[in-house]
Design a protein around this ligand. Sequence first.
Ligand code: IFM
Length: 465
Amino acid sequence: MTTTDSPEDLLAGLTFPPGFVFGAATAAYQIEGAADEDGRGRSIWDTYSHTPGRTFGGHTGDVACDHYHRYRDDVALMRELGLSAYRFSVSWPRVLPEGAGRVEQRGLDFYRRLVDELLEAGIDPWLTLYHWDLPQALQDRGGWADRDTAARFADYSAVVVDALGDRVRHWSTLNEPMCSSLIGHMAGAHAPGLQDPVAASRAVHHLLLGHGLAAGRLRAAGVESFGITLNFTPMSPATDSPADLDAARRLDGQQNRMFLDPVVSGAYPADVVDDLAAAGAPLPVQDGDLEIIAAPLDWLGVNYYFEQTVRAGARPADKPPTSFIGGENVVELDPEGPTTTMGWGISPRAFTDLLLWLGAKAPGLPLMITENGSAWDDVVDAEGAVHDPERVDFLLRHLAAMTAAIERGADVRGYFAWSLMDNFEWARGYAQRFGLVHVDYDTQRRTVKDSGRVYAEVLRRHREG
Ligand code: IFM
């Protein structure tokens, strides 16, 4: 593979193990809309996005892709693309409007209809219980900084598995707890919008505790395919100086190892424990917690987008607040080379390295790529087509990087593109388009992009051997 390979060359070079799962992913608040329908309660993202100045252009998920009403058409699109699996999340406040106690049957019924539609189309549902939309009622009682929220999450998971366990085989607890804890409580750039290191470190631990407690409830209900999704950003030092090496160690610790190690090995990394304690924000671990958090997994969900180079030094005043506890003394360098519209660099090589590193950290644990994708300025042209050559290139090169890791021994079992369709990109609103399918937010018209067609071709070739 060279940097000048054409899409056809890249496509021709791709082969995947038999039974490899191919899907696309979305999340409830990013696509559903119908924010006030069928008894749905408010989530922290309703509050955050409705707070002036928080999101790009004041965008909210009130309508989003209107998937709540259009799910049948969206499943038909997935079928057209040839997906064998679909990863989606359940909105906690749709099911338990107050976060705990009263169950809203209409919310559960929506997910039952969606799952039935998927099964009817021959598409395997992969359900995530928490993709960042905590019920506001629980935030009002302390949110993830409060230990009780972990127990409430376990109760919620029991409600959902009771309703859908007969038809959904693949279950995941959390999506990217790094984001819901550190970005939400340290940088304040996601809901609930706090800038409080103590709350951030408490949220880290309580999210992971909630994962472990929910594992017990799901296993008790008979779930046999169970995982968690973590987002990994490989961190490299700008130089070999001790200060830069230490900066990379600290950010790698909080971004990657702080979430991976307790889940797969039952212990927080000692250096991270020390860093957080030194920053006055210790992890609030109680006896027995780590055994709960290390509940056995059937697979690890891996989200990968970009790598990061860092150096030691005071963070420039024009940079947004750091997501890392003590991160005020670390500078994240701008990527070299082209970037996506998110400003993220592009590094398929780091994807291969990450998968090999994970294989070594958690031997024997199958990996599922639960998200990978890129945002670009897509437009529907006069012929009604969306030409997105950068996304096509990104997609094919990352698939090739993944197969390179598989050839070198990484046990990767599936790949979910982020995202099925353009959607609400959190604080960046609708300005960032990640979809394989373009969404016109004025008309809700869906248009399959060139990348969607290329992905469908990858899947067709894989299916037909
Ligand atoms: O849109 C998000 C998704 O919700 C979580 N992972 C990263 C994506 C792109 O930023």
